[in-house]
Design a protein around this ligand. Sequence first.
Ligand code: FES
Length: 105
Amino acid sequence: VTFTVEDHAGNRQPIEAPDDMGLSLMEILKASEYPVLATCGGMALCATCHVEVLEGKDGLGDATDVELDQLEALPEYYPTSRLACQVRISDELEGAVIKLRGEDN
Ligand code: FES
């Protein structure tokens, strides 16, 4: 599957990821060397993997209550915010545009 990632500086780059391995968006972002802290290792506990889905949200399914709790605790979040660790890489991500919103370091 191919989707686009926008970094903190606003640069966009296409990312190709396998959609049959059960990986999370957070894992792919880290593997692609984006600055995603993912302090909790993907447990929906730290929200450092915060992303905003600029395009293509509909295919991603709904956030769970646990995920929403984390997002709502952030100083700033958006109607299409997600925790990247809770988004599975699937063919539904085709053409999506994902903007990094987590801490930048
Ligand atoms: Fe911690 Fe996603 S990695 S909430």
